[in-house]
Design a protein around this ligand. Structure first.
Ligand code: HEM
Ligand code: NAG
Ligand code: NAG
Ligand code: NAG
Length: 478
């Protein structure tokens, strides 16, 4: 009772303040003769944000976007977490936003997220330093590095993890474990051990904190995440210091070695910078890749014809190689249907449904002016699931990628890894990890879902129950 008594006046206050701010916004816009994209700025802040969240919480947020697009067109204004935001469901506008990073737009995260990332995080860097770190990351996940160094570990770690699968398996948990181990290997050459397991526990608490938006200050999850971030940083800091001490010894071929040498020109990095960088890579690569692994298996389970064709492709590869031989780059390059499955999973799942930016100056788009300091959201999801850009866009159909004329048309619409200066440096790595994972899963197991599970899209894309399946070793078919 007490609570409602105090809550009510503060809600009124919020509503009143919102209204005043709104009027001010419209007045400024009018004075500067700005033509804003149409939209629902008229709705009170909270109303619109709750509307958006509830849409994304359901199995299918498309009706929300569809309705707005039908009413206002593919670029419209809305409110996200109390801020006026321009929402783009238009591929050209999305590309414009991505390409003009650092000139007209800059990435923008809430303060709560910045605290978790650390102030030297790649995700928060700007300008030349960002350019340098971005290309350093690329040079540690590009295809020649994967081919010559990483593939053998990916193959091995996937295999070892699959060995323990029996009976009921929580696919998302397994995928997370694999991805975490892979990332730690790539970053600092550690094989799975007690240390990595403990690190993973703390690390998962940090990740939870990212999803404590929009009310981080009131959330225990967030407080725990900040603490865990401290522990993760401490553990990584020790690793960095150890490595510095042993400098002069054998040079390891990992990300940490490159960071310690300050590769990419411009001098070395401090320990703190290196730790923040390692945290950024863990954040960016872990949840995304493990979710895409889980969802690929889910979509395949629901599409038996695609699963059968995928099995055939991988059984052929396995038949050429004997039972325990590792996959090689040539094998990866001879998985045409798998690549269709990978693209289609990325298209339908939209793990990163889009990206937030902030305007650095007044920006003209499609005859509208977006005032300086506004948020924009380039929605990949809205484009990927638009019937105008992809035929029968809302069904999982890997065969669509076999039709090269249609694919040529779609490539400019297809941006699961973003674009421009911040395009995901881990895109090739994610593709390889997913392909190798699928190879071993389909050649070793058959499975059925253990219970019904469904997709949700807020705060991130995932399944509600971590996709439990019941696995069975395949009778030696090959
Ligand atoms: C399916 C898996 C993945 C998806 C869908 C994905 C998607 C994305 C997207 C859309 C961005 C752009 C963010 C922006 O423009 O603000 C991005 C950035 C980034 N990704 Fe990925 N990613 C995946 C896997 C990975 C992996 C495995 C790594 C590890 C190497 C990684 C490392 C990064 C980093 C470091 C950035 C920041 C780049 C920058 O700000 O310059 N990602 N990712
Ligand atoms: C990948 O990065 C390495 C440096 O780590 C570089 O020597 C190589 O040329 C790059 N390969 C490609 C294909 O960009
Ligand atoms: C998958 O999408 C990429 C664009 O991100 C494209 O270059 C590639 O050709 C596609 N693969 C297939 C098999 O269509
Ligand atoms: C490619 O896209 C354009 C415009 O979206 C459309 O008019 C054309 O028919 C498409 N071509 C194919 C082969 O799908």
């Amino acid at each position: 009772m007490d609570n409602t008594m105090t809550l009510f006046p503060s809600l009124l206050l919020v509503a009143a303040l919102s209204l005043i701010l709104l009027l001010l916004l419209h007045r400024t816009a009018a004075r500067r003769k700005l033509r804003l994209p149409p939209g629902s700025l008229g709705l009170p802040f909270l109303g619109e944000t709750l509307h958006l969240i509830s849409a994304y919480k359901t199995e299918n947020p498309e009706p929300f976007i569809d309705e707005r697009v039908a009413r206002y067109g593919s670029v419209f204004t809305t409110h996200v977490f109390g801020e006026p935001t321009v929402f783009s469901a238009d591929p050209d506008t999305n590309r414009f936003i991505l390409q003009n990073e650092g000139r007209l737009f800059e990435s923008s995260y809430p303060g709560s997220i910045c605290n978790l990332l650390g102030k030297h995080s790649l995700l928060l860097m700007r300008g030349n330093l960002h350019k340098r770190m971005h290309s350093l990351t690329m040079s540690f996940a590009n295809s020649s590095i994967i081919k010559d160094h990483l593939l053998v570990h990916i193959d091995r770690l996937v295999r070892v993890n699959l060995e323990s699968w029996t009976g009921r398996v929580l696919l998302m948990e397994e995928a997370k474990k694999i991805t975490f181990e892979l990332t730690v290997k790539q970053l600092m050459s550690f094989d799975p051990c007690e240390w990595t397991e403990n690190l993973m526990k703390e690390y998962m608490l940090v990740i939870d904190g990212f999803f404590a938006i929009p009310l981080p200050l009131f959330s225990n999850t967030y407080r725990r995440a900040i603490q865990a971030r401290g522990k993760v940083a401490e553990a990584l800091d020790l690793v960095v210091k150890e490595r510095r001490k042993s400098e002069g010894g054998e040079r390891k071929n990992d990300m940490l070695a490159a960071l310690l040498e300050g590769d990419g020109g411009g001098g070395g990095f401090s320990d703190e910078e290196i730790v923040d960088f390692l945290v950024a890579l863990l954040v960016a690569g872990y949840e995304t890749t493990s979710t895409i692994m889980t969802l690929a298996v889910k979509f395949l389970t629901e599409t038996p014809l695609a699963l059968a064709q995928l099995k055939e492709e991988h059984d052929e590869i396995r038949a050429r190689k004997g039972d325990s031989e590792a996959l090689e780059w040539e094998d990866y390059k001879s998985m045409p249907f798998t690549q269709c499955v990978v693209n289609e999973t990325l298209r339908v799942a939209n793990i990163i449904s889009g990206i937030f930016r902030r305007t650095m100056t007044d920006v003209n788009i499609k005859g509208y002016t977006i005032p300086k300091g506004w948020k924009v959201f380039a929605s990949f999801r809205a484009v990927h699931l638009d019937q105008e850009h992809f035929k029968d866009a809302r069904s999982f159909n890997p065969w669509r990628w076999q039709d090269s004329s249609a694919t040529a048309n779609s490539t400019s619409m297809f941006a699961p890894f973003g674009g421009g200066p911040r395009r995901c440096p881990g895109s090739e790595l994610a593709r390889v990890e997913l392909s190798v994972f699928l190879h071993h899963v389909v050649t070793r197991f058959s499975w059925i879902p253990a219970e019904e599970d469904r997709l949700v899209f807020f705060p991130t894309t995932r399944t509600q129950k971590r996709f439990p399946i019941i696995v069975q070793p395949r009778v030696q078919a090959v």
